[in-house]
Write a protein that binds this ligand. Structure first.
Ligand code: COA
Length: 325
C-alpha cells in the first residue's frame, strides 16, 4: 500500500506596495545623507512609504491577489497567519482585519511577531498545521508599515526600510515544502529593537512617550552573514540536496552586502539571489513574500524548481524553508 506523505505547497502569491516612491535623493533633501552613501552601503535606491495605506489594507489586497493567483476563494481559507511587527492595532490582530476584509469567515487567524523572519515563521507554522492534517488551505502573509516606527531624525536606520505586504496561498499536498530550519537568540534582542508603549498607569511615572527602532548595524550584519549560510546549509542537508540543485535563494532583503556575503560563503553565483531591495528597501516580514511574488509574476518559477526562502533579523530570529515549486 502506498501511503502519501503529506506536506504543503505554495499554490499562489500576491503582493501590494504603496504608491508613494521615495528615492535616496528625496531623503537627501530632508536629512544629511546621499544616494552615494545609501546605495553604496546597502544597494537601496528607493523605497515605498504609506500615505493612506495601512498594514491591514495592504495585507488584504496582497491576500486577494494571492487568492486570485492560486484560484481559491475566501470560503476555502481555513487559516490566516500574518507575520508583522507593525499591525495597525495592538488588538485586533492584522490577521483578524484581513479575515474581515476578504470575508474568510471560517478561517482561524492570528499574527506572528518574528520581525524579518515573520513570513518564514508564519509559513513554517502553517505548514505544521497542514502537514498534521488539521487544515487544508492557508493564507500566509508578511506585511509591515515600518515607516511609522522609524526615527526620521536617525539617518542610520530610517533610510533602510520601506512599507508593503506579500502573501502566499499554501495548500496540503504531496510535494512542496521539503525541509525547514528556524531559530532565535533572545539574548541579542536589543541589537535591533523597538519598545512597545510604556506603562503610564496612575501609579508609575514614565518620561518615554514614544520609542522608535534602534539598531547596532554592525552587530546585525555579523549575525546575518554568519547565521544565514548555516541555516541554508541545514535545510539542504536535511533534504539531501546541494546548492547546485537550487534555482534561487530568496533572502530577506536587508542589504546587498549581506546577500553577496551569503552567496560567497555558500560558493553560489549571485545570479541565484534575486533582489528587490534596490526599489523597495527592507520591508521586514514583507520582503520575502513580495520578492517571491515579483519572481512569480515575471515567470521565473517553473514547476519542480527548488528554491530556498530565508528570513533573518530582529529578535534575533532566523528561518529557512526549502520549497519545491
Ligand atoms: N547617510 C550618510 N552617512 C551615514 C548614514 C546615512 N544614512 N548613516 C550613518 N552614516 C554615517 C555614520 O554617522 C558614520 O559616520 P562617522 O564615521 O562620521 O561616525 C558612518 O556613516 C559609518 O557609520 P556605520 O554605522 O559605521 O556604517 P556601517 O558601515 O556599519 O554601515 C549599515 C551601516 C547600517 C549600512 C550596516 O551596518 C548594515 O547594513 N548593517 C546591517 C543592518 C541591517 O541590515 N539591518 C536590518 C536587518 S533585518
Amino acid at each position: 500500500m502506498v501511503i502519501a506523505i503529506m506536506t504543503s505547497r505554495i499554490i499562489g502569491t500576491g503582493s501590494f506596495v504603496p504608491e508613494t516612491v521615495v528615492t535616496n535623493d528625496d531623503l537627501s533633501k530632508i536629512m544629511d545623507t546621499s544616494d552615494e552613501w545609501i546605495a553604496g552601503r546597502t544597494g537601496i535606491r528607493e523605497r515605498r512609504l504609506v500615505k493612506e495605506e495601512t498594514t491591514a489594507s495592504m495585507s488584504a489586497e496582497a491576500a486577494r491577489r494571492a487568492m486570485q493567483n492560486a484560484g481559491v476563494t475566501a470560503e476555502e481559507i481555513d487559516l490566516i497567519i500574518v507575520g508583522t511587527i507593525t499591525g495597525d492595532y495592538v488588538t485586533p490582530s492584522t490577521a483578524c482585519e484581513v479575515q474581515a476584509a476578504i470575508g474568510a469567515d471560517k478561517a482561524v487567524v492570528f499574527d506572528i511577531n518574528a520581525a524579518c523572519s515573520g513570513f518564514v515563521f508564519a509559513l513554517i507554522t502553517a505548514h505544521a498545521y497542514l502537514n498534521a492534517g488539521i487544515y487544508k488551505t492557508a493564507l500566509v502573509l508578511g506585511a509591515e508599515t515600518l515607516s511609522k516606527i522609524m526615527d526620521w531624525n536617525d539617518r542610520s536606520t530610517c533610510v533602510l526600510f520601506g512599507d508593503g505586504a506579500g502573501a502566499a496561498v499554501v495548500r496540503a499536498d504531496e510535494t512542496g515544502i521539503m525541509s525547514f530550519d528556524q531559530g532565535a537568540d533572545g539574548s541579542k534582542g536589543m541589537v535591533l529593537a523597538c519598545r512597545n508603549r510604556v506603562n503610564n498607569n496612575p501609579f508609575v511615572k514614565n518620561d518615554i512617550v514614544h520609542d522608535y527602532v534602534s539598531m547596532d548595524g554592525q552587530e546585525v550584519y555579523k549575525f546575518a552573514v554568519s547565521t544565514v549560510p548555516k541555516s541554508i546549509q541545514k535545510v539542504l542537508d536535511e533534504a539531501n540536496l546541494t546548492t547546485e540543485d537550487i534555482s534561487y535563494f530568496v533572502l530577506h532583503q536587508a542589504n546587498i552586502r549581506i546577500i553577496q556575503s551569503v552567496a560567497k560563503r555558500l560558493k553560489v553565483s549571485e545570479d541565484k539571489f534575486p533582489i528587490s531591495l534596490d526599489h523597495l528597501g527592507n520591508i521586514s516580514a514583507g520582503s520575502v513574500p513580495i520578492l517571491l511574488d515579483e519572481m512569480n509574476q515575471k515567470g521565473m518559477l517553473q514547476k519542480g524548481d527548488k528554491i530556498v526562502l530565508s528570513g533573518f533579523g530582529a529578535g534575533l530570529t532566523w528561518g529557512s524553508v526549502l520549497v519545491e515549486w
